[in-house]
Design a protein around this ligand. Structure first.
Ligand code: ADP
Length: 485
């Protein structure tokens, strides 16, 4: 049994903005099932304090650079017996709004202070300085919000081994030198082989420089971030770490309790490979829910996403608009929220084609399940995609994904070429360039193949057969912890 401290700024089902929360809610559980003594540490956001029933204060600690003492609360991850520690500093975390952003939008002004404090608390627990009589052998940190913790523990001889996982390199936690000074971070960290990044403080560099091993969430993304196109100026450092054998990609799994069409109680009718025809009830349900004409032979294209440029939303809207103009038999169902321009353009699209386009602007977990179950295909033409969960949910629900060949999309979707269809590996549609032409051509291929129910059905079965359980990923993390120990 190995002692592991798993640090994250979000964890499903307590607080979630994206895939990081799904991973943080699932991977520790899978490792716990493998017999590891794993504990999770997160900030004590208001949402967590409200959702958790059993919370006890187990320690009060004084952290460097933080005036007030901070409490460590203990609970368990809901529906599990995985211990959960919450860093309780009310003026930093107990407030109305998201984990990173205000309710009305825009980052919290004190995010640097909030996540520096979180990182200091992680480091204190990782070094067994909080009087909890438990020291991890591995500290596993995730994304920039926990990057400084890796740097802080690096100074201690009795430190645990450290793993840092990049869920999305686009978010780095960059702040001015003034912020570095105000946070009271020891001066010797301020150099280009430390936390400095072109005269700015980089939280993520704490993880990239000081971790014993860096992982990211798919093998292809691990290669991509070493290139100019995807590296955000960190490609040199990442290539160097890859050359040392200290950077690798492990594909995320999905939570099969939550995302299994055979037992999903959010959807109109459960289905599986054995009773695939039941999927059509879900198509009818989604058409009825959105007041679209109920037609079985129309191709329903689903999209669920943060509405940001990363996800290729502009490409999707442009191409869907063109296809609708040309009166093809399609319906477009979109659930998402994000940048105002995209929300606005979606509303215009809906107004132009009210009987073919349905939108729901907002975040709705149950509706996400219903769209996954009801759509025929799922649109995900991301410009970059570290792993991506939605294409895996789609595969699980026999909803063939249409993706760009990047990151985790490349690693999970097999294009419907003639050859792949023949050897029964095809499970979706994939294209290369991030252009509307390439997406449009792919959609014509999709519409064409949709006219061949037997081929389509075969692809659905191939998609649904694939094993995306956490079991597989957890084994790889286990092996990694073993290797660096
Ligand atoms: P990212 O983490 O970049 O947003 P992923 O595909 O890895 O993308 O994970 C997105 C997660 O968030 C999925 O669980 C997806 O279902 C969910 N999601 C995104 N937007 C919405 C929304 N508007 N409503 C419900 N779920 C959403």
């Amino acid at each position: 049994m190995r002692k592991i401290l798993f640090a994250s700024s979000e964890v499903h089902p307590l607080i979630k903005t994206g895939g990081l929360a799904d991973v943080s809610g699932s991977l520790p559980l899978a490792l716990h099932k493998h017999g590891q003594d794993i504990r999770i540490i997160i900030p004590a956001y208001r949402q967590c304090l409200e959702a958790l029933e059993d919370i006890n204060c187990v320690a009060t600690i004084k952290l460097d650079g933080v005036y007030e003492p901070v409490e460590i609360l203990q609970s368990t991850l809901p529906n599990s017996d995985v211990p959960l520690w919450l860093v309780h500093s009310p003026q930093h975390y107990d407030r109305q709004g998201g984990p990173y952003c205000k309710e009305e939008g825009g980052d919290w002004d004190d995010n640097a202070a909030r996540f520096a404090l979180f990182s200091r608390a992680i480091a204190a627990l990782a070094l067994n300085q909080a009087g909890l009589n438990w020291q991890p052998e591995v500290l596993h940190c995730n994304d920039w919000q926990t990057g400084l913790a890796v740097a802080f523990v690096s100074e201690y001889a009795n430190r645990p081994k450290t793993v840092f996982t990049i869920h999305n390199l686009a978010y780095q936690g960059l702040y001015s030198k003034d912020v570095f000074d105000v946070l009271d971070i020891p001066n010797h960290f301020w150099h280009s082989n430390g936390l400095e990044f072109y005269d700015q403080l980089s939280f993520i560099k704490g993880g990239l420089i000081y971790a014993d091993h860096i992982t990211t969430v798919s093998p292809t993304y691990a290669d991509e971030i070493c290139t100019y196109e995807f590296g955000y100026g960190l490609e040199g450092l990442l290539s160097y770490r890859a050359g040392q054998g200290r950077l690798s990609g492990i594909l995320n799994g999905i939570d099969e309790q939550e995302w299994d069409p055979a037992i999903d109680d959010n959807i109109a009718k459960n289905f599986s490979i054995k009773n695939l025809r039941n999927k059509r009830q879900n198509k009818i349900a989604i058409q009825e829910y959105f007041h679209l004409p109920v037609k079985e032979d129309v191709l329903v294209i689903g999209l669920i996403s943060r509405l940001v440029s990363q996800k290729g939303i502009d490409l999707s809207l442009e191409v869907i608009d063109r296809l609708l103009e040309s009166e093809l038999a399609i319906q477009f169902v979109c659930l998402g929220s994000g940048e105002e321009e995209y929300e606005h353009n979606l509303r215009i699209l809906r107004a132009s084609f009210p009987d073919k386009v349905a939108i729901h602007i907002g975040y709705d977990e149950a509706l996400a399940h219903q769209i996954e179950a009801g759509a025929d295909v799922f649109l995900m033409p991301s410009r970059f995609e570290p792993c991506g969960l939605n294409q895996m949910y789609s595969l699980q629900y026999g909803t063939l994904p249409i993706v760009r060949s990047t990151g985790g999309l490349e690693d999970t979707v097999v294009d419907a070429t003639e050859e792949n269809r023949k050897n029964e590996t095809a499970n979706g549609f994939k294209f290369g360039p991030a252009s509307s032409e390439a997406l449009e051509n792919t959609l014509y291929r999709v519409i064409d193949l949709f006219q061949h129910p037997r081929i389509w059905r075969k692809m659905m079965i191939t998609a649904m057969k694939h094993d995306f359980s956490w079991e597989n990923s957890a084994k790889q993390y286990d092996a990694l912890y073993e290797k660096i120990n």
